[in-house]
Design a protein around this ligand. Structure first.
Ligand code: DAT
Ligand code: MG
Length: 150
């Protein structure tokens, strides 16, 4: 158990479909704390850095085209085990395989249009937070969380 901050991003399909509020609501209600939030249209440069681990995959060029096609919502969420907790809220990559109750399971039917990204490990979270939030994050006390964490 450790306090972590993870990078979460609503992708262009999630923004286009008006799912931003629904997605933020789920993270807030779970008991994660929002410490960074903004909208941006990703440059090809930042998109390629973000998805560098997939640069040799056949879907890479389509993925970059998709992620740079319109606004995304960049978020940083903090909490105990925030990385795995967020990945559980998000669900498996392909919406058709994702169970009900997960974001991809409840709203998605495909693998590329899967609405949301979440860091998969501590090192990737650190890298992605630095990439998308070079200005830094906000440290603040959320009083209601004293009734979420025992
Ligand atoms: P995740 O987003 O669940 O961490 P990933 O890191 O394996 O998934 O892949 C990054 C994104 O690339 C994923 O959200 C959607 C896209 N993608 C992955 N596998 C794909 C495939 N086989 N065909 C098309 N797009 C794919
Ligand atoms: Mg991934």
């Amino acid at each position: 158990m450790s306090k972590e901050t993870t990078y979460v991003m609503v992708k262009p399909d999630g923004v286009q479909r008006g799912l931003v509020g629904e997605i933020i609501r789920r993270f807030e209600q779970k008991g994660l704390q929002l410490v960074g939030l903004k909208q941006t249209i990703p440059s090809e440069e930042i998109a390629k850095k973000h998805y560098d681990v997939h640069s040799d995959k056949p879907f890479f060029s389509g993925l970059i085209k998709f992620i740079t096609s319109g606004p995304v919502i960049c978020m940083a969420w903090s909490g105990t085990d925030a990385i795995s907790v967020s990945r559980n809220l998000i669900g498996p990559t392909n919406g058709r395989d994702a169970g009900p109750g997960t974001i991809r399971g409840d709203f998605g039917m495909d693998i590329g249009f899967n609405m949301i990204h979440g860091s998969d490990a501590a090192e990737t979270a650190q890298f992605e937070l630095g990439l998308w939030f070079p200005e830094g994050l906000n440290e603040w006390t959320q009083d209601s969380l004293s009734w979420v964490y025992e």
